[in-house]
Design a protein around this ligand. Structure first.
Ligand code: TMP
Ligand code: ASP
Length: 251
């Protein structure tokens, strides 16, 4: 069967665009070079970011799939383009933390780098207007954002993804500090109701520290002006794929 063709733009996010396709059950995800932080307050275009993130996300989503967690990724169709199952996004962002960093340090007065005795799962309500507030299961249930079985699955899947990613990054001498996942309910024929891991798994939505040096290899480099984000991401690409990054596409 011929690959579906890209149609009109359905949605534009901070780092990606989603297009309709000639197949009603599939969408076309395009990774942009745009970087934002603090809910869009800080912005820049980082050469190659879209392409590096697309490659990393496809690689990691496939590993997660191999570990038994179904994802939205159907096919890589270009250096920064992926065909994905069409979903209704569950508006509950799932953060998994292995080490304290970022917002949990501010909220609970922890020092960055404090080890957590087991992976901690936090839920945030996905709302740019409200700045993605922290919520608990009760909020999600009462406001109808997710059902109880869905929240149970989100926790189970997030821990499985964490175990898979920790092992992956560990093998590259990188510590997985924390990361954010999004899930959706599949809308396609024969898929209805299935929950799929959605969005992306990239250094934009993860904290990654080089083991011995504790050097940051993720978007905190941009958030906190710690260096050149493009260089950091290209280095990460080389570490993962064992070859230097060469751009294949324009943004
Ligand atoms: P936080 O410490 O700011 O709560 O972030 C936890 C993790 O989630 C971190 O790896 C970055 C990621 N994240 C996103 O992917 N998108 C967001 O909007 C935020 C706030 C965090
Ligand atoms: N993803 C959010 C933004 O783009 C927040 C962040 O990553 O710091 O602004």
């Amino acid at each position: 069967m011929a690959a579906p063709q890209r149609l009109g733009l359905l949605y534009e996010g901070k780092a990606k665009q989603i297009y309709a396709t000639t197949d009603d059950d599939l969408v076309w995800m395009h990774f942009k070079d745009d970087a934002t932080a603090f809910n869009g307050v800080k912005k820049a275009s980082i050469r190659d970011k879209g392409e590096v993130n697309a490659a990393i996300s496809a690689h990691l989503l496939r590993r997660v799939e191999d570990a038994g967690i179904p994802t939205h990724l159907v096919e890589v169709v270009g250096p920064r383009d992926q065909l994905c199952h069409r979903l209704e996004i569950i508006p509950v962002e799932v953060v998994v933390r292995n080490i304290a960093a970022g917002s949990i340090c501010r909220r609970l007065g922890l020092e960055e780098g404090t080890a957590l005795s087991r992976p901690l799962i936090e839920f945030f309500y996905k709302s740019d207007e409200l700045n993605d507030p922290l919520i608990n299961d009760d909020h999600a249930l009462m406001f109808g954002w997710a059902e109880a079985w869905e929240l149970a699955y989100l926790r189970h899947a997030a821990l499985r993804v964490n175990a898979t990613l920790c092992e992956f990054w560990d093998g590259l001498d990188v510590t997985l500090v924390d990361f954010k996942l999004e899930f959706g309910r599949a809308l396609g024929k024969g898929q209805t109701g299935r929950i799929l891991l959605a969005d992306e798994i990239t250094p934009d939505g993860s904290r990654l520290w080089e083991k011995n040096t504790l050097r940051k290899l993720d978007k905190d480099v941009f958030r906190r002006d710690l260096g050149d984000l493009g260089d950091t991401y290209r280095d990460l690409f080389a570490r993962i794929f064992g070859e230097a990054f060469h751009a294949d596409s324009e943004a």
